[in-house]
Design a protein around this ligand. Structure first.
Ligand code: NAG
Ligand code: NAG
Length: 468
């Protein structure tokens, strides 16, 4: 049923993409001459209590010149995804002609994607997979709202190498919780899942420099054009950075921020000491038993594992277009590159399984739908560029790293997430943590893998915020 509200779906993306951005700068002219000492004193007193925010800024990412003031297209239009028979035939031909290098004997996923298993995936893709994505959602409203319940707008943002499709299973749980046996009382959501520009069906930026702050600004504009003044945000992976930036940019519009991955970049001597002490006297540095279980042995979990799993990041943060050429040209290469992440990021122990454990948590249909979203839109290169645009600067110096997050925040810490951030570290950046949950199972793609657990945690968080 929820599918029927879909026509609204693509509207969101469209407005954000087609019109891109163009907003007037408020030029405030302050004549310093008129500012007396008294005025400065008042200003100083007030600014002491002001929450720091990041500048909303402005930008133009469309092709060519920015349109003149007032000429920007702000309309919201329905969008239909269409793939031509020709495109499908071309894909099939490529799948049939693929070449495979044989895997090492007994190497499982330790050297990356097992190419014998990849042949199985490709055979399924070629012969059994049915690409039906013409019914699509981005903006889903509950079909029925019980009396007395408020509908909360919730923007959910995906990451790499995922897509809006990761939220397919969680959307009905949030919009019709009662129908799915989720009785979290009074909360019902209206869900909006846009594609990050350059991912899936959102047009890719044409100009350099499109980062998470620019994305945050665009998504605020999107929510405003959809008529929302205040809303909840949810994200993991890039979605987490983007929604966090949104909260730092316009805290007054953000009722609450729910994250299933957090970045706390601050390193330094104090952190090192607390890591060392944590191994022996965790309570002294504020670590719980569960934190210890998830973080130690520290070097192995935070350095070896991270190095092993982050080769892609180095490539994408430096020269994304080079590897991107091959991936954009080969559906088989693309599938291996993307699906390898769905193996180890879901569960690190999947590395030891011949087929990367992929089908233990997802169906091939689900996995290939996500791959297909990258293939038919040719968006792998632009999605990879997002790393370059965001990682080249010193992470400690960027605006968002210097500004805390003051909106009510809920954190769902999944045990198989790539890195674990304990509550005590999270507090350094997130100043108003309302819920922090050690989730019982699940990894990086929480909504895709454990939709029910994530939905319950979001509802638990929002219920608490609403009661504040
Ligand atoms: C690769 O996967 C295939 C099919 O699942 C399996 O039979 C084979 O043993 C695996 N090879 C390696 C090197 O793990
Ligand atoms: C180059 C760079 O680091 N760009 C941005 C990446 O994202 C952060 C926000 O999380 C920005 O503050 C950076 O400027």
């Amino acid at each position: 049923m929820w599918q029927e509200t879909l026509p609204n779906a693509w509207e969101s993306i469209l407005s954000q993409i087609r019109s891109f951005e163009y907003s007037q700068k408020n030029v405030v002219l302050v004549s310093t001459a008129t500012l007396g000492v008294g005025g400065m004193l008042v200003y100083w007193l007030r600014s002491r209590h002001k929450i720091k925010t990041i500048e909303m800024g402005d930008g133009w990412w469309g092709s060519g010149e920015r349109p003149l003031k007032g000429k920007e297209d702000e309309s919201i239009r329905p969008f239909k995804i269409e793939t031509s028979d020709k495109e499908i035939e071309d894909l099939h031909r490529r799948l049939e002609q693929a070449r495979y290098a044989p895997p090492l004997e007994g190497a499982a996923f330790h050297y990356g994607f097992n190419s014998s298993y990849l042949q199985k995936v490709v055979a399924y893709w070629r012969n059994k997979f049915d690409w039906r994505i013409d019914i699509h959602f981005i903006h889903v409203k509950p079909s029925y709202v019980p009396h007395g319940r408020a509908v909360q707008p919730l923007l959910m943002v995906h990451g790499w190498p995922g897509s809006f499709y990761e939220f397919y299973k969680i959307i009905p749980l949030l919009t019709e919780p009662a129908a799915h046996g989720l009785n979290e009382g009074d909360v019902v959501f209206e869900v909006i899942c846009p594609s990050i520009p350059g991912y899936g069906f959102s047009e890719a930026p044409h100009q350099k420099g499109f980062d998470t702050v620019a994305t945050a600004r665009i998504f605020h504009k999107l929510m405003n054009r959809l008529g929302f003044k205040e809303y909840y945000l949810q994200g993991g992976d890039w979605g987490s950075r983007i929604t966090t930036n949104m909260a730092q940019m316009l805290p007054q519009s953000v009722k609450g921020l729910h994250l299933n991955l957090i970045f706390v970049n601050k390193q330094g001597l104090r952190r090192m000491i607390s890591v060392m002490l944590g191994a022996y006297v965790p309570w002294l540095v504020g670590l719980s038993r569960e934190d210890v279980r998830r973080m130690y042995p520290f070097i192995q979990k935070n350095i070896y594992e991270l190095l092993r799993e982050s080769g892609y990041l180095h490539i994408q943060a430096t020269k994304p277009d080079t590897a991107g050429c091959g991936l954009n040209d080969s559906p088989v290469g693309l599938a291996a590159y993307i699906l390898e992440k769905f193996s180890t990021w879901t569960d690190k122990s999947f590395l030891h399984q011949d087929d990367g454990g992929l089908e233990s948590k997802y169906s091939l249909d689900e996995l290939l739908t996500n791959v297909m979203i990258y293939w038919v839109t040719s968006s792998i290169v632009s999605s990879m560029r997002f790393y370059k645009e965001n990682i080249s600067k010193d992470p400690g110096l960027t605006a968002d790293a210097r500004v805390g997050v003051y909106v009510p925040t809920g954190i769902a810490a999944f045990p198989q997430e790539i890195v674990h951030t304990p509550h005590v570290w999270a507090k350094k950046i997130f100043k108003n943590i309302i819920t922090y949950s050690y989730m019982p199972r699940g990894g990086h793609f929480a909504a895709f893998e454990e939709p029910k657990l994530l939905a319950q945690d979001i509802m638990h968080f929002v219920r608490k915020v609403e009661q504040l």
